[in-house]
Design a protein around this ligand. Structure first.
Ligand code: 13P
Length: 248
């Protein structure tokens, strides 16, 4: 059984004053029964790392470039994230796919860059509502998974987050059966590709996870944690989600 993981994605939220939420989180979870990572905006990584030193809360970036360095104004490399104190990086988030036109090949290159820099990559995938309505969910996530995994991906350096696009920030969540179907498919695809190691890859669910629905979601087979957006911004809410995961 892989150790469970609660990951918070702050997206484009957070100023220096919001770092106090991390103090509360670290105090609430000094010896957490699961892994906990917070992915603040890049501007806060350095100060957040200083603040979280000696705590059980890890840090992650929200994206990285696929090159190690170079003339890429505004971009950040995986090595820079690591240098700033991150141990994880979210890649292939649907907001990056939509806002920045990231395709599977770009995401695979970023996965390889993250792994080369020693980061744990959290690969996001998920269908749009139109794709679900068309009955294409499994096909879509299967393609994203196959294309996004780089040659170095293993259970230690890779986490998969299933985030249906229509559930992100909407307050809507899939049924338990819908989550179980996708996670079961992801698990069998991963064991097909990685053998026994596929059993140990953490499969997170993301999309409108809240304190009120967390326990129900964590009870689903092959859900090893969550990637939490809005509810990760306030320590009280994220703490309650972490507690639900610890109890699952
Ligand atoms: P919400 O939890 O705000 O729906 O966001 C989910 C998400 O996109 C996390 O990466």
């Amino acid at each position: 059984m892989p150790r469970k993981l609660a990951a918070g994605n702050w997206k484009m939220h957070g100023l220096a004053r919001d770092l106090s939420e991390l103090d509360r989180l670290a105090a609430d979870h000094s010896v957490p029964g699961c892994d906990v990572v917070v992915c603040p905006p890049a501007t806060l990584l350095g100060p957040a790392a200083a603040r979280l030193e000696g705590t059980a809360i890890a840090l992650g970036g929200q994206d990285c470039h696929f090159a190690a360095s170079g003339a890429h104004t505004g971009d950040i490399s995986a090595g820079m994230l690591r240098d700033a104190g991150a141990r994880h990086v979210i890649l292939g988030h649907s907001e990056r796919r939509a806002d920045h036109g990231e395709d599977d090949a770009t995401i695979a290159a970023k996965m390889a860059a993250a792994h080369a820099a020693g980061l744990i990559a959290i690969l996001c995938l998920g269908e749009t509502e139109a794709e679900r309505d068309a009955g294409a969910t499994i096909e879509v996530v299967g393609k994203q998974l196959a294309a996004g995994l780089d040659a170095d991906a293993d259970a230690d350096n890779t986490v998969i987050a299933y985030e249906p696009v229509w559930a992100i920030g909407t307050g809507r969540t899939p049924t338990e059966a819908q989550i179980a179907e996708v996670h079961g498919f992801l698990r069998s695809t991963l064991t097909g590709r990685l053998g026994d190691a596929g059993e140990a890859v953490r499969l997170l669910y993301g999309g409108s996870v809240k304190p009120a629905n967390a326990a129900e979601i964590f009870a689903i087979t092959d859900v090893d944690g969550a990637l939490v957006g809005g509810a990760s911004l306030k320590a009280a809410d994220f703490s309650a989600i972490i507690a639900a995961l610890e109890a699952a």
